[in-house]
Unconditional design. Structure first.
Length: 220
């Protein structure tokens, strides 16, 4: 039993956030999580409009709206990180807001690092609002369509945070704690990324219109 606990506690130290690298170019698991979340969200919303005729939105509009929302998450998340967490640095290094290079000491590839949940939320809501308004759709209906799939997107985002070894929780003495290499000091910390990921996955399983097809269908 102790060997299993030890194995669990040292998982973050064995994780490599880089999926693969080609020269200086690195593809990380965190970026892959965005693609997976987008694919699942698109699949689920297309499934809903096929099985729930109450939605007055076409498959092409769903694809376009999902693309706009993805761009909103990425752009909003990035700008939110710049504005909310590190504005002074990016005022001195504005090119690093959009370019995956560090120019402080020559040129070094770093990838786009730093995303804000709050900025991503603002970006996706704003992007969706502008799209549905231009397309003549109901924002409320679009939100009703996409909302049940949102928890899964959040789930994969938090799994990406776990692989990166970031957003860890408080120090703990409990066996469930883990050693995160990026944390200050070699102390056990709660894997809060996994807590959030699994809680969102469970909330998805009970989401309206997905776990029970007719559960939330409105009567005419």
């Amino acid at each position: 039993m102790q060997s299993l606990i030890t194995w669990w506690q040292h998982i973050p130290e064995r994780l490599d956030p880089v999926l693969f690298a080609v020269g200086p170019l690195q593809i990380q698991y965190y970026g892959l999580m965005y693609i997976v979340a987008f694919g699942i969200t698109l699949f689920l919303t297309l499934y809903r409009i096929r099985t729930e005729p109450r939605f007055a939105i076409s498959a092409e509009q769903v694809k376009d709206l999902a693309t706009v929302m993805l761009l909103g998450v990425i752009i909003g998340g990035r700008l939110g990180y710049v504005v909310f967490y590190n504005p002074a640095y990016y005022l001195e290094h504005p090119l690093e807001v959009v370019l995956p290079f560090d120019f402080s000491n020559g040129v070094r590839f770093t990838g786009i690092t730093g995303m804000s949940y709050h900025g991503g939320l603002i970006g996706v809501v704003l992007g969706a609002f502008l799209y549905v308004r231009r397309a003549g759709l109901s924002f409320r209906e679009a939100a009703d369509l996409f909302a049940p799939a949102v928890p899964l997107g959040y789930t994969f985002g938090r799994l990406g945070n776990f692989i990166n070894g970031e957003l860890y929780g408080r120090v703990t003495e409990a066996a469930i704690g883990m050693y995160f290499p990026l944390a200050p000091g070699p102390r056990l910390r709660h894997p809060s990324q996994l807590y959030e990921a699994f809680s969102k996955a469970f909330s998805f399983s009970g989401s309206c219109g997905l776990s029970e097809k007719n559960r939330c269908r409105r009567e005419p």
